[in-house]
Design a protein around this ligand. Sequence first.
Ligand SMILES: C[S@@+](CC[C@H](N)C(=O)[O-])C[C@H]1O[C@@H](n2cnc3c(N)ncnc32)[C@H](O)[C@@H]1O
Length: 472
Amino acid sequence: MASEDVSMTNTEDIDDFEAKSRSFVAWLQRHGTVIELADLRRHGAGRGVLAKEDIAEDEELFAVPRSSILTISTSNLPAEVKTQLDEPWLGLIAAMVYEYQRSSESMWEPYFAVLPVDFDTPMFWSDDELNQLRGSALVDKIGKPTADRTFREQVIPMIRQHATAFHVDGMSDDDLVSLCHRMGSTIMAYAFDLEKPSTTDSHDQEDGWEEDEEESESMSKGMIPLADMLNADANRNNAKLYYEEDKVVMKSIRAIKAAEEIFNDYGPLPTADVLRRYGYVTSNYAQYDVVEVSLQLIKDVAKEHMKMSDEDLEHRTRYLDDEEVLDDCYDISRSCNEDTKPFSDELCILLSALALPAIEFENLQRKRKLPRPALEPSSAGLLSAVLHKRQGLYKGTTNQDNGVRGDADPISDVTTEPRGAHRRKMAQQVIQGEQLVLVEALALLKEMSAPTGGKRKAAEADTGHAGKKQKS
Ligand SMILES: C[S@@+](CC[C@H](N)C(=O)[O-])C[C@H]1O[C@@H](n2cnc3c(N)ncnc32)[C@H](O)[C@@H]1O
């Protein structure tokens, strides 16, 4: 366990934090001998896992039996409750509320002691704090009203119906909603999508924390003690979870030196999603930053920029919809992201369809063809107008010359920084990351339209990552 060198804020904090870590590790019993649970609060990272000695690639770090994973099936929830909530997410919330309320009667009590009780995810931000994120698509993805409604309409009635199993005496619906949020947010940041044991390893999945949310919603979820004490780093990922018949095994995926931190990875998540799901920001995920541009915004700009009538706009977009190439929104990615193009094929098709002279569009439509997924000068001009409009949606003024307002204030030790200031800095980092995406995209468009070499550069931008997977 690490140790004396840790600077902390007060004695009570030291005793409590360390004591909880110690009893958690003692409870685990089977934890590997090559790793240790460390206090990383001075880095703003809570607990984390360090190598105790040099570790070779592909070495087992620790194993957790499937029976120790907290899931709806392993929990002691009464059978009739287990069958009542068929959505994995809600089922695990109910199982966690139940086990948490059982305190010392639950086998997971020492585990709950090291799980968070409050969060920096935007779900818990005030309106003023959320206003700092204005312009980012993150704000619309938080989903607090929907979560509140789901808890009130589905989870709480079930809990009250089984009041002998749950401890609800003296708890108002608001108290229960808060408890559900606490467990829901813990699941968001800590749970794994449980793979069935397979003969192969888990390479198909980016990591334990599944990044495809739609797929993730339908998968069985579980809280895996210790595996979830690993922090994440997109660049220094050195461990991976493997699913076996009766246990899950964390293994090194590269050599690790003694005292180095052991990192999992969240997959290609933009900074905004790291904040939304995990409540922190880091420059390591900035390579995956995106700006979402809605179809509505593109239509609004096209109407103005191309002087299109509403009927013409609807006609062209309906055709693309019938051809199944129309989306509600489009991601603009960074050029440094090797997995995706800055401008997706679908976006280029839409822009081209809107920018084509009417006669050419009718010709394509008659032949049931689509425009090429490339940016011609007219569609590039339309995109440039869209991106300038998109810049204006962020809070405050964007410097139109470079689009970015200087560096974000550095994020310091969360144990000493007031929460509001910390959240403001995290919001700044998200917004500045997104503004950089726009600045880069506009620079790319400018380069493509430059008289010398414009054509060649347009072709490069078009096919630069040919064959690579597109994020939808
Ligand atoms: C799966 S848990 C990892 C264990 C966690 N540090 C703890 O103390 O319980 C994920 C949470 O750890 C924190 N975290 C993960 N990676 C981090 C990093 N690279 N830097 C700072 N915090 C990180 C975030 O608060 C995140 O919600």
